[in-house]
Design a protein around this ligand. Structure first.
Ligand SMILES: Cc1cn([C@H]2C[C@H](O)[C@@H](COP(=O)(O)OP(=O)(O)O[C@H]3O[C@@H](C)[C@H](O)[C@@H](O)[C@H]3O)O2)c(=O)[nH]c1=O
Length: 397
């Protein structure tokens, strides 16, 4: 099928990261995709080689004159409710009108709103719902909500071909760059918005079974690289990327440049712990790696991110110490080794508990189980194409 995928880059790299992954996967499955982007500045490093079947087209800035839009394809996907341009939607509506009057045998495109990923219960309830359009250029059309998710009653996750020997491939690739861990050293990938609790978190994790020696690979993170350097005391002599951390003995730090998304997957696959953020790196880490992950969630002004985090932790079956580390990483609770404040007068205070290697082992087991369950599911692209085929079958012509 021919797909038009609209992506508005709001901030960071999640919008383009999610859309590029979907576009590339659709292309790999034999579809053709026009990816309409309002900001393609990340593409030269995120997707330097492009992808078969995917053509990137500019989406003119708001207020700029709209181009003469080509005829819409079989499916139009707007990512995260980004509202495709009025001229394009008018063209969709015109196709639908001609189909209805029998003036044209082509089908109007199926219009999908690809939503945010969450493990919250509303996702199963809302997945696949119709949103009839009453006003504006799309009046008369129906937009369909498609929710990625972690269960069979959602749209699933973009999986694609994940090679069984990905970890080996990853280790080889990292060795070629000199980014590999040394013998007896574990490795973690840090991709974060905010580096504030990093040294204390790492010290706690290393005491809790991740140590005694750790290589921390710090991914490019946009604006926060300097913070990470300062907090971890990274040595910044020319050509020297190895550093040391103030509060975590046994830690070696490697600062990475931005890498292509396919290489980013290898970094995730090669690490014993992934500290990921946003949506795409978070989703990907649990698919390409059986190792534990810590998710730095995108903060929402109304605090809704806390419920979103809790829902995912339940779905991933995180054991107690992992839950505490996860909440602490997001500023939602203390680190496991810190004394707990009594909640109410008279209630016995929980003893401060230092995490142990058992905590790490329990977490690793839970993470591996969650990874296996996800990998047993089919790909979002399979579910999306089936969903589209069903809509087309119900509205023939
Ligand atoms: C560091 C790095 C990232 N990447 C890619 C991986 C991902 O596809 C992408 C990062 O996207 P994310 O992990 O989603 O994190 P993110 O935080 O960058 O993105 C987002 O989170 C969403 C929840 C918000 O709605 C978005 O607006 C956005 O903030 O960048 C590389 O390809 N190479 C790299 O070196």
């Amino acid at each position: 099928m021919r797909w038009d995928l609209f992506c508005r880059v709001i901030d960071n790299w999640g919008d383009i990261g999610v859309c590029w992954r979907l576009a590339a996967r659709l292309g790999a499955a034999g579809h053709t995709v026009r990816l309409w982007l309002d900001d393609d500045r990340a593409l030269p490093w995120l997707a330097p080689a492009g992808a078969p079947g995917v053509e990137v087209r500019p989406w003119p800035a708001d207020g700029a004159a709209e181009p003469v839009w080509p005829e819409p394809g079989d499916v139009v996907v707007e990512a995260f409710g980004c509202d495709p341009p009025a001229g394009f939607v008018s063209a969709m509506a015109a196709m639908a009108a001609q189909t209805r009057t029998g003036a044209d045998s082509r089908r109007a495109p199926v219009w999908i709103n690809l939503e945010y990923l969450s493990a919250e219960p509303y996702v199963e309830r809302s997945h696949g719902l119709a949103s009839p359009q009453w006003h504006g250029p799309g009046a008369g059309l129906t937009k369909w909500f498609f929710y990625p998710g972690f269960t069979a009653r959602t749209g699933g996750l973009v999986q694609g071909d994940i090679a069984p020997d990905l970890r080996q491939q990853a280790d080889d690739r990292l060795s070629a760059h000199g980014w590999q861990a040394q013998a007896g050293e574990r490795s973690a990938l840090l991709f974060a918005y905010d580096a504030r609790p990093v040294p204390a978190l790492l010290a706690s994790l290393m005491r809790g079974g991740l140590g005694p020696r750790l290589l921390l690979r710090v991914a490019a993170s946009g604006t926060l690289q300097d913070d990470v350097d300062r907090l971890l005391d990274v040595v910044r002599a020319p050509g020297e990327r190895i550093g040391r951390a103030r509060s975590a003995p046994g830690l070696r730090v490697l600062r990475l440049p931005p890498v292509a998304q396919t290489d980013f997957d290898l970094l995730l696959a090669a690490s014993d712990l992934n500290l990921v953020r946003g949506e795409d790196s978070f989703a990907r880490a649990q698919l390409v790696s059986a190792a534990p992950l810590l998710w730095q969630i995108y903060v929402q002004d109304d605090g809704a991110h806390a419920a979103k985090l809790d829902a995912w932790m339940r779905c991933a079956g995180l054991p107690p110490a992992a839950t505490a580390w996860q909440r602490a990483w997001n500023g939602l609770g203390p680190l496991p080794q810190e004394p707990q404040e009594p909640q109410t007068q008279g209630v016995q205070t929980q003893e401060p508990r230092t995490p142990t290697a058992t905590d790490w082992a329990a977490w690793a087991e839970a993470a591996a189980g969650h990874h296996r369950r996800l990998r047993a599911d089919d790909c979002l692209v399979t579910r999306l194409t089936a969903f589209v085929a069903e809509r087309r079958a119900r509205a023939p012509g």
